[in-house]
Design a protein around this ligand. Structure first.
Ligand code: ATP
Length: 252
């Protein structure tokens, strides 16, 4: 797939020859230097922006079709909850405003999902009454309501402090391990990419492209204990080194 921006005389190629297949139920992270096109790639897969060349296919559907049918769940960087609605209403909102997309679809019970994300006691509270981490969990829960075929997450934990961040990662990991969905996850954190993913797609910049795909061959189910293992540390060293190389190349 290719994607460029700007007028003809000053066109900048942002994604060049990006080709990636995500298996059903696979967790794939995108990592790479700032400006390498991670968010752009996510937007194209989400059907929010069109590729110039190549195509996106989600179970045989185009990105726009899949997006219309709510086969794609999108989790933004900030939770974007409506402050005047309770957490339950926020998470139920996609169902009430989108009755057309519900036809013949199996929808998830918002209460059940919120409970799974540890928010069972907070369903009647308003976003401002929740911590940042809880709000972000609610945003992730909202993306699961339509039981999408693929979840796209753009640095969903980047606004959280490190402790909170780790807690949210583990929450997502637990939920994902019992609801194996295909996930495409953008992150700047090497440990986050490793603990969550089956594969890490390392991108390089100018133009944005795939530099390397790294298999995360660590056993599942995973938990925090994995961070302290030699296998984790070895892989972390490998990914950091590979990332350093593409960063250096991006600055010359
Ligand atoms: N709508 C747009 N118009 C013009 N240029 C754009 C547009 N969107 C993105 N770009 C450019 O495309 C490149 C890739 O941007 P993108 O946000 O996808 O990178 P990224 O890898 O997600 O970066 P970061 O890690 O900093 O979030 C950047 O150089 C950016 O300036």
């Amino acid at each position: 797939m290719t994607k460029s921006f700007g007028p003809d005389e000053a066109r900048v190629t942002v994604l060049n020859g990006v080709s990636l297949t995500i298996r059903k139920g696979e967790f794939v992270s995108l990592i790479g230097p700032s400006g390498c096109g991670k968010s752009t790639l996510l937007k194209v897969v989400a059907g929010l922006s069109d590729a110039d060349g190549g195509k996106v296919s989600i179970n045989g559907k185009s990105a726009r079709e899949a997006s219309r049918e709510k086969a794609i769940g999108l989790v933004p960087q900030s939770p974007a909850l409506l402050p005047w609605r309770t957490i339950l209403d926020n998470v139920s909102l996609p169902i009430s405003i989108n009755p057309g997309a519900n036809a013949g679809r199996k929808l998830r019970d918002p209460k059940e999902i919120l409970t799974n994300f540890g928010l069972g006691k907070a369903i009647d509270r308003y976003p401002a009454q929740l911590s940042g981490g809880m709000q972000q969990r609610a945003a992730i829960a909202r993306a699961f309501v339509f039981d999408p075929e693929i979840l796209l997450m753009d640095e969903p934990f980047s606004a959280l402090d490190e402790m909170n961040r780790d807690q949210q990662r583990m929450g997502l990991l637990d939920f994902w391990q019992s609801n194996q969905k295909s996930v495409l996850f953008v992150t700047h954190s090497v440990p986050e990419a490793i603990i969550l993913s089956d594969r890490i797609v390392l991108m390089a910049a100018h133009p944005g492209r795939i530099a390397e795909i790294i298999d995360v061959d660590l056993p599942r189910p995973r938990n925090e204990a994995l961070y302290a293992t030699d296998a984790f540390r070895d892989l972390e060293g490998y990914v950091r080194n590979a990332l350093r190389k593409v960063m250096e190349a991006a600055h010359v």
